[in-house]
Design a protein around this ligand. Structure first.
Ligand code: KIV
Ligand code: ZN
Length: 517
């Protein structure tokens, strides 16, 4: 659809599916729902909510999102087989706009080594599975995995066949991030020349960032005529990630003179979406990340600061306010009542039960006693995460440390009905606390990353801590915020252990490993 002289680009968000395949990014159902609500507020056209056959948890998350989120396509991923497609449909069927996304690889490399199929067999499978998916819903996307490394004539034949079979969107993934912008532009143009029916469907691209070119390739494809881009918030995703939604949207927005395209995204919601994802997954963006990084609008050089003071546009091509970064907005404080707190929660996009609001309000009051200014990020850190399946609950932390004593930590952790005590030394108070907790839980998980930052403010700010643990090759990040960074660290560590426990209980590996091949 075109809007005046501008072409409308559909934003297909896959943060909850490809994004969740990032190491350490797994989310539970209520975290996925919180993010899906924010994606709807952001204005994406489609939410790929998950891969329903991968696990019971994935299925339930897709179903919950389908039941609640309106006005957006809710998409379930499926390999090109009947079982996957039926499972995907069973999860998305509750949606106002259900969609099935089925895929199979088309490159000779994948055919020979992974699928062990001939081109003819693959063609038949792709066509018959698109027909099967169309028997459930009118909105069917077909992806030719590893399209950018596929034989062009064969790819044209497959795309032609699936369009004939009823695919309404055809997606051209650069699965391993191999393409370069000029090459991808030509590739999309040649596909358009080679497949007559392509003009009647939505032509989509899905670019990975292995060479740091995912956004550039997506933009090149738009210039060549793609009408949909698949992307993720903060560019999270398999390996080096997917094309970053915020970068594509702002490039189209700032350079309308080049792309002549618009999206339905409300740019004012970009920063919040990025922050929410960071709070939920514990994966921070690098400070120099375009649009959403801490330094994206920071002018350090004197000559730049001077220019900005005289005329903003000398060094600023867009404003931070444009993407929803109001740097100094104070939200609530010690004297705010429950009504104001509830309104704030709703305005931030959370849908909490009365009990959850009560619980969050108690936490808010306790935080407001320790910290004068409470910002949106503080509220996010109170309510964004949820812990429906907590095996371990940290009950007590007490540390002795200083420059003349060996750090010692004493902790109490509740496991079921049993309260366990332990103490340990360590290299510092945080290390001692992690050791003391591990003595109780005996997880054998290794801490492989630790990060602490302050949530706005000075020494009275909350310390926002993320701890990543590794067990059998799986990386999980836990996160917590508190005005005492040792307490935040202990809680973040316990949060990671709880997530690991949930991850191990849902046994999702068989399918997710297959999709990663
Ligand atoms: O990268 C890829 O090829 C995918 C497909 C499932 C679309 O994620
Ligand atoms: Zn992908």
């Amino acid at each position: 659809m075109d809007v005046g002289q501008f072409k409308k680009i559909k934003i297909f968000d896959t943060t909850l599916r490809d994004g969740e395949q990032s190491p350490g990014a797994s989310m539970n159902i209520s975290e996925k729902l919180n993010l899906a609500r924010q994606l709807a507020r952001l204005g994406v056209d489609a939410i790929e909510a998950g891969f329903p056959i991968a696990s019971e948890g994935d299925f339930e998350a897709v179903k919950a999102i389908a039941q609640e989120i309106k006005g957006v396509d809710i998409v379930g991923l499926a390999r090109a087989n009947e079982k996957d497609i039926y499972r995907a449909y069973s999860a998305v069927k509750y949606a106002e706009r259900p969609a099935i996304h089925t895929f199979i690889a088309t490159s000779d490399l994948h055919l020979k080594y992974k699928l062990k199929m001939t081109r003819d067999e693959l063609y038949e499978r792709a066509v018959s599975m698109v027909k099967y998916a169309r028997s459930f819903t009118e909105n069917v996307e077909f992806s030719a995995e590893d399209a950018s490394r596929s034989n062009l004539d064969f790819l044209c034949k497959v795309i032609d066949g699936v369009i004939e079979a009823g695919a309404t969107t055809v997606n051209i993934p650069d699965t391993v991030g191999y393409a370069t912008p000029f090459e991808f532009f030509n590739f999309i143009n040649k596909l358009k020349e080679g497949v007559a029916g392509i003009k009647d469907v939505i032509l989509s691209v899905h670019c990975h960032n292995d060479l740091g070119l995912a956004v550039a390739n997506s933009l090149s494809a738009i210039l060549a005529g793609a009408a949909q881009v698949e992307c993720t918030v903060n560019g999270i995703g398999e390996r080096a990630g997917n094309a970053a939604l915020e970068e594509i949207v702002m490039a189209l927005n700032v350079r309308k003179d080049i792309y002549h395209a618009v999206t339905g995204i409300n740019a004012m919601e970009i920063y919040r979406s990025s922050q929410l994802l960071t709070h939920i997954t514990g994966i921070s963006v690098q400070p120099n990340k375009a649009i959403v990084g801490k330094n994206a609008f920071a002018h350090e050089a004197g000559i730049h600061q001077d220019g900005i003071l005289k005329e903003k546009t000398t060094y600023e091509i867009m404003t931070p306010e444009h993407v929803g970064r109001q740097s100094n907005e104070l939200v609530l404080g010690k004297h705010s009542g429950k009504h104001a707190f509830k309104e704030k929660i709703v305005s931030l996009g959370y849908l909490l039960s009365d009990d959850e609001i009560e619980d969050a309000f108690v936490k808010f009051k306790s935080l407001a006693d320790k910290k004068k200014d409470i910002y949106d990020e503080d509220i996010d850190s109170l309510v964004a995460k949820s812990h429906p399946l907590e095996k371990y609950e940290l009950k007590y932390v007490n540390v002795v440390c200083g420059d003349t004593v060996a750090p010692l930590s004493m902790v109490k952790v509740m496991i079921g009905d049993e309260l366990k005590h332990s103490s340990s030394c360590g290299n510092g108070p945080v290390d001692a606390t992690v050791n003391a907790v591990e003595r109780i839980v005996d997880s054998k998980a290794k801490v492989i990353a630790y990060e602490v930052k302050s949530i706005r403010g000075t020494t009275e700010a909350q310390g926002d801590v993320s701890v990543t643990v590794e067990q059998n090759g799986v990386h999980i990040t836990g996160r917590s915020a508190h005005t005492d960074i040792v307490v935040a660290s202990a809680r973040a560590y316990v949060n990671a252990l709880n997530k690991l426990y949930v991850y191990n209980s849902v046994k999702r590996h068989v399918c997710s490993l297959e999709i990663r091949s």
